[in-house]
Design a protein around this ligand. Structure first.
Ligand code: BES
Ligand code: ZN
Ligand code: ZN
Length: 506
């Protein structure tokens, strides 16, 4: 689908479908919607009353153009909700809703009003960015394993979606926004694919190949892969312990993006790459295990970010660190009560083999600890407890640095991703004290599981380093459609937020 903005009159576009909008409670359309209505001899005004079109968010009314001089074949009126409530999230949703409807009626060419940029007073750039993102995320489907659905999807593809506005400056801002959105959407949709693919395909080796592919596609990205032999030599005992029960070898992936700018800040992005989590001998019940192919969601976020930065080119040196392994059972698998020596030198008593994410991340943190970082951020589908606290659409954010935390929260807000701060309660650290090792991998208490997991990670964070941990156990995966642009499956969560953060980091 080609997305672009052009200067012109909406009512003169000869397209299969013309999209106009209405705020809730408005009965006489104004602006571009008004101009279209006029060309239709006030048909919209009449239908708004007859069909009880209230303008509620995501409400739609499809009108066939019969005898008017307007060249468009059909007109779609979409509800924007109350004028006072208009924001980029609503624009993204409304655009996604209209794309789905356009596909349903097999429209190939669509022209649309720039939602919210008129009376809604949203900046043209922001409105177009939200529209373009809504389009590309709603256009995503994972039908690789569904022959009939895949064929249908291919048939229903749009050729073009054109945003039309009479203001030249708004149009040029919109075109810049569309490009930015296209660059990040590529990364988000890669992240979704990686989570959606089953564990049969997505093994640690598969993630390695993905990273190598990203590096070979860009001169700014290089990739170093540590195999089990190297990991053993290094002493990555925690990662290797988790991997023991699997025939698939573990790896530690190290991607480096070097910007053209000199003396830039350095950041490390760590992603949990657990390609399947059975829980190990602390076995998960079947109903909890069935979705555990998603346990590499953190790695998918990091790879998605790397796929996008080849185009967005942030002026930051970015390292992507992915410890990757399966967590299975065999005669060689670790057992509850085992003690291992991690890469940091700290010994860990593994009392629960299902708390494996923190183990592989502990080694990843130790791996980068000899270098100086301006920030470290890790992404992990780490705890069910975080979902108990925040539900399945909100990620928990933990940080030892207020400035980093605030910057991440403000990027999340700008991108309408739901992230909520949780505290690193130092008093709870006691619950990780082991009787026979330096630390144990689960808390003695039964509460605050997301916090104690974060406190465990904190023990391995290099000293004096701003660090943030995002527990994405909930939002990495949607078990049903979250909204019109986030369909069931992998979500690519946090990619938009981090790309925004990297662009604006001071
Ligand atoms: N991968 C899971 C966490 C998870 C749960 C991710 C649900 C996505 C959805 C993690 O490895 C795990 O099993 N954590 C345990 C920790 C516990 C044993 C302390 C959990 O949350 O139950
Ligand atoms: Zn687990
Ligand atoms: Zn896990």
């Amino acid at each position: 689908m080609q997305i672009k903005a052009i200067k012109g009159k909406l009512e003169s576009q000869a397209v299969d479908l013309l999209i106009v909008n209405l705020f809730q409670g408005v009965t006489k359309p104004g602006g571009a919607t008004g101009a279209v209505d006029k060309a239709l001899s006030k048909l919209l005004t009449r239908l708004i009353a007859e069909e009880k079109f209230t303008g509620k968010l995501n409400q739609t009314l499809l009108v066939r153009n019969q005898a008017s001089p307007l060249p468009a074949k059909k007109i779609l009126l979409v509800g924007l909700g109350k004028k006072a409530c208009i924001n980029t999230e609503r624009i993204r949703q409304v655009t996604a809703t209209s794309l789905k409807l356009a596909k349903k009626i097999n429209a190939k060419t669509v022209a649309s009003i720039l939602h919210g940029a008129g009376e809604g007073k949203i900046k043209a750039f922001d409105a177009a960015y939200a529209m373009a993102t809504g389009l590309q995320l709603a256009d995503y489907s994972f039908t690789k394993y569904q022959v009939k659905k895949a064929k249908l999807q291919a048939k229903l593809q749009l050729k073009s979606f054109t945003i039309v506005d009479h203001n030249k400056d708004k149009v040029s801002a919109a075109n810049v926004a569309i490009t930015v959105s296209q660059q990040s959407s590529v990364g988000i949709n890669l992240g979704r694919d990686l989570v959606n693919e089953p564990g049969l395909l997505v093994t640690p080796k598969y993630l390695v190949n993905q990273a190598l592919k990203l590096a070979s596609a860009s001169s700014l990205i290089s990739c170093q892969v540590l195999d089990e032999k190297k990991l053993e030599k290094l002493g990555a005992g925690a990662l290797l312990a988790v991997s023991r029960g699997s025939v698939e070898p573990a790896f530690l992936i190290h991607l480096t993006y070097t910007p053209k700018t000199k003396n830039s800040k350095r950041i490390a992005l760590l992603g949990k790459g657990l390609t399947f989590d059975t829980g190990g001998y602390s076995l998960k019940p079947s109903s909890y295990m069935s979705t555990m192919k998603i346990d590499m969601g953190g790695a998918a976020t990091v790879l998605g970010i790397f796929a996008a930065i080849t185009a967005t080119k942030p002026e930051v040196e970015i390292h992507g660190i992915i410890p990757t392994s399966e967590n299975l059972i065999s005669g060689k698998a670790i057992k509850p009560g085992d003690v291992v020596t991690s890469l940091s030198g700290k010994t860990i008593e593994i009392l629960n083999t299902d708390a494996e994410g923190r183990l592989i991340l502990a080694d990843a943190l130790a791996f980068i600890s000899h270098q100086k970082w301006d920030a470290i951020i890790d992404f992990a589908t780490l705890t069910g407890a975080c979902m108990v606290a925040l539900g399945d659409q909100v990620a928990g954010l933990f940080s030892n640095d207020d400035q980093l935390q605030d910057a991440l929260l403000s990027s999340a807000k700008a991108e309408d991703e739901k992230i909520w701060p949780l505290p690193l309660v130092s008093a709870y650290k006691k619950s990780l004290e082991s009787n026979i090792a330096d630390i144990q991998n689960i808390s003695k208490g039964k509460y605050a599981g997301a916090i104690t997991a974060a406190l465990f990670l904190k023990e391995f964070v290099p000293v004096n380093t701003p660090w943030a941990h995002l527990d994405i156990a909930g939002p990495a995966y949607a078990d049903k459609d979250f909204n019109p642009y986030t369909s069931a499956g992998g979500t690519g969560f946090a990619i938009r937020t981090i790309l925004h953060f990297l662009k604006n980091w001071k």
